[in-house]
Design a protein around this ligand. Structure first.
Ligand SMILES: NC(=O)c1ccc[n+]([C@@H]2O[C@H](COP(=O)([O-])OP(=O)(O)OC[C@H]3O[C@@H](n4cnc5c(N)ncnc54)[C@H](OP(=O)(O)O)[C@@H]3O)[C@@H](O)[C@H]2O)c1
Length: 326
């Protein structure tokens, strides 16, 4: 491999076009070789827009000039196509959530480990520096002993026919949106969170959940509640409540690259807003992936194993939310 990771993209999807492919073409460590679609005409349009080759899915996986494949397919297709990417000897950058079942995610981790390839989930918010600031403030005791986390990711209804409304494609608000506050709670409270109760609202016509809330508790006894749905005004935020203060972060999960986050701290006799630097979380995710590949890191690396364990844990928690749901 040269100085750049050469990407192929499996599926001409919306998030690929709007956010990830522009990051791949902007990142010094990556280049775009080809995009694949089930529809050759669609692949041609994408290829012309981004200056790369057009291909079918199998054709893309057979190319020698592709080192890594980005998979922005509907969630239910992440495991079957992710396994094919790994079997083709390519590193895998997989859209979130990794799978519709924890066993599916484990299968991907086993395959990446056996093939000695890198596997990462494109959970881009984890690459935004604002969460490191929050973690530092917590560690410094800025809000005292942490008592609770509350996180939400909700947005208005989607167009009919969206993949998020199709059960067979892994639709539903828990898998699409609920995983964000769940993963944020894992990040800040630990992977030993467990689900103690939940509610899900299912759209009977579509057969997918369109809203829900869950209550979790960490190993240290910190409470967490998460809200998600496709039936709300847009909201993407979390807050942490401690024994002496509270931290609130708005636009926590999908800020645009130019957005300067405003982190609010409320204490008994003092409130303060910190304006944090803008950050490009898609570029951060792609650049970190490329850096790992170029450094020869694979799923066998201890840090990657830890990240994969968190990825599996997210889907286990999703399964527990479904099991507990009223
Ligand atoms: N990281 C993030 O911030 C973020 C944001 C949005 C979405 N996502 C994730 O990215 C994935 C895709 O989301 P999206 O909004 O980009 O979806 P989308 O626009 O509907 O794209 C999905 C693509 O999958 C391909 N596909 C293959 N088989 C399909 C089938 N049976 N039905 C429909 N599409 C099929 C299609 O590409 P071809 O027609 O070209 O084959 C389609 O364009 C999801 O897992 C979602 O959770 C992540």
């Amino acid at each position: 491999m040269g100085a750049q990771v050469r990407f192929g993209v499996l599926g001409c999807s919306s998030v690929a076009r709007r956010r990830t492919i522009p990051a791949i073409t902007a990142c010094p460590g990556t280049s775009l070789t080809a995009v694949a679609s089930r529809d050759p005409g669609k692949a041609e349009v994408f290829a012309a827009e981004f200056g790369c080759a057009a291909a079918g899915y199998d054709e893309l996986l057979a190319r020698d000039d592709v080192d890594a494949v980005y998979v922005p397919l509907p969630t239910a297709l992440h495991v079957p196509w992710g396994l094919r990417v790994l079997a083709a000897g390519k590193h895998l950058l997989l859209e979130k959530p990794s799978a519709t079942s924890a066993e599916g995610t484990r299968e991907l981790v086993r395959a990446a480990t056996a093939q000695d390839l890198l596997l990462r989930e494109n959970f881009t918010f984890l690459h935004h520096s604002q969460h490191r600031t929050v973690a530092r403030l917590l560690a410094e005791g800025r809000i005292g002993e942490l008592r609770s986390f509350s996180g939400s990711f909700c947005f208005p209804p989607l167009p009919d026919g969206d993949i998020r409304y199709v059960p067979e494609l892994g639709g539903g608000s828990l898998l699409d949106a609920g995983v964000y506050p769940i993963r944020a709670a894992q990040l800040l409270l630990g992977d030993d969170l467990r689900v103690v109760g939940s509610v899900l609202r299912t759209d009977p016509a579509r057969g997918v959940d369109v809203a829900g809330q869950a209550m979790l508790v960490s190993g240290e006894g910190v409470f967490a509640d998460v809200h998600f749905g496709f039936q709300h005004a847009y909201g993407s935020r979390y807050s942490l409540w401690g024994s002496t203060g509270r931290i609130t972060l708005d636009r926590a999960f999908t800020p645009q690259a130019g957005w300067q986050p405003v982190l609010r701290i409320d204490e008994q006799d003092h409130s303060e807003e910190l304006t944090l630097p803008a950050d490009h979380q898609f570029l951060g995710s792609v650049a970190a992936f490329a850096e790992a590949v170029l450094a020869g890191r694979t799923a066998r690396h201890p840090d990657e194993q830890a990240a994969c364990a968190s990825m599996v844990r997210t889907v286990e928690l999703v399964e527990d939310v479904v099991r507990a749901a009223v």
